[in-house]
Design a protein around this ligand. Structure first.
Ligand SMILES: NC(=O)c1ccc[n+]([C@@H]2O[C@H](COP(=O)([O-])OP(=O)(O)OC[C@H]3O[C@@H](n4cnc5c(N)ncnc54)[C@H](O)[C@@H]3O)[C@@H](O)[C@H]2O)c1
Length: 361
């Protein structure tokens, strides 16, 4: 097969490139490197341009590929909260113009089209766990709206190209995924905790009672490949359905990194979903897909990768220090000097909202 992957130099996309090339497919990547990195796919360049072609391009521009294409996978979009907050308009454009350009390419080539959508289309869900039939609870002008609504529009235009232009399209709703090549500075809870634990910083816990589920990258890629090979339209949830409280995640990260758990309690950000867990019965039925890697096993692999990339961790920790004073000392008023270890006195203990008491868990 010859597969075009937009956003293929990102975290998920680069692992998908590896898996497809390992099974003998040829891959073309379009990426503008706004949040992804050439390093993620550099090792594939030695396979030669016939096998792996990397084109630095914005998906909002026309996408041109000579020759046949069997599948187009549209993954290009900022995906972490700090990235899509900083790149709000770019995120909306990648989901709207970018999705249409990728759909047009699939239509021209009579190729299978897969949209990498997200669990964020469910917003702060009122149903639990989230089934594909649930329409979501999204604030259209909220703090996450540039991402949630760009993906909801992307789903809508994918459905329209399927109905009106006959594109063999499928929609995958990706839930939180973890693994090597995540950016240390992506601001997601897993990377925050790992960077903080490996840097001797307290783990910043926003709330703590919200739940999340985490899918290991090899399981996610397995699900995406099955979706490419199927003719299923979806939308279909792919994610791990083991649910963890954020406070539990903090404990697990501290245990694996061998660090003492100390935390800073911060307020829950606006529009942060309280519960997030997929119903994956459709993926099990339609794709014969189930996650195989348990959270702790996946975290061990992820932490091992970060230990092997200390510069990445150090850079993110510095950034964290520089940006973190408000988060660390919420309610205290005095910022912590950049790079200093905060006085445990103003730290709110995990699970205890009373200011002024520190606790090692
Ligand atoms: N990682 C997750 O947990 C998760 C969860 C839900 C959905 N997703 C979706 O999966 C996809 C990949 O996510 P990821 O975690 O690998 O993110 P990522 O940021 O690592 O990868 C996205 C890639 O898209 C590229 N990109 C962004 N805008 C572009 C544009 N306009 N033109 C060309 N390239 C562009 C980036 O440079 C990057 O390489 C995204 O669409 C995201 O919404 C990911």
């Amino acid at each position: 097969m010859r597969v075009v992957i937009t956003g293929g130099a990102g975290f998920v996309g680069s692992h998908l490139c590896d898996a497809l090339i390992a099974r003998g497919d040829r891959v073309v990547v379009f990426d503008n490197f706004s949040t992804g990195r050439p390093d993620n796919v550099e090792h594939l360049l030695e396979r030669g341009p016939q096998v792996f072609w990397l084109d630095e391009r914005d998906v909002c521009d026309d996408l041109y590929v000579p020759g046949n294409v069997d599948a187009v996978i549209h993954m290009a979009s900022p995906a972490s909260p700090p990235a899509y907050t900083k790149l709000a308009i770019e995120t909306l454009r990648a989901g709207s113009l970018g999705t249409e350009n990728a759909l047009k390419l699939a239509a021209r080539k009579s190729a299978r089209f897969i949209l990498a959508s997200t669990s964020e289309v469910y917003g702060d869900p009122l149903e639990h766990p989230q089934m594909e039939s649930y329409w979501g609870n999204v604030n259209p002008i909220g703090a996450r709206s540039m991402y949630d609504e760009s993906k909801r529009y992307a789903e809508a235009i994918t459905a329209a190209y399927y109905r009106d232009r006959g594109v063999n399209a499928g929609i995958v709703r990706i839930f939180n995924t973890v693994g090597p090549r995540m950016r240390a500075d992506d601001g997601r809870v897993v990377t925050n905790f790992i960077v903080q634990a490996l840097s001797g910083l307290p783990l910043t816990v926003y709330g703590g009672n919200q739940t999340r589920s985490f899918c290991y990258i090899s399981d996610m890629v397995d699900g995406l490949v099955k979706m490419i090979d199927s003719g299923i339209t979806g939308p279909i949830n792919i994610g791990n359905n083991s649910e963890f409280k954020i406070s539990e995640l903090a404990r697990i990260v501290a245990r694996i990194t061998g660090t003492k758990l100390w935390t800073v309690q911060c307020p829950v950000p606006p529009d942060d979903p309280r519960r997030r867990c997929p119903d994956i019965s459709m993926a099990a039925r339609a794709l014969d897909w189930r996650p195989k890697v348990a959270l702790e096993q996946g975290l061990r692999q992820t932490i091992k990768w970060f230990r092997e990339h200390p510069l990445e961790v150090r850079r993110a920790a510095r950034q964290w220090d520089a940006a973190g004073d408000k988060r660390w000392l919420w309610g205290k008023g005095a910022p912590v000097p950049v790079g200093s270890v905060p006085d445990p006195d103003p730290i709110y203990p995990l699970g205890d909202r009373t200011p002024g008491r520190a606790e090692q868990l």
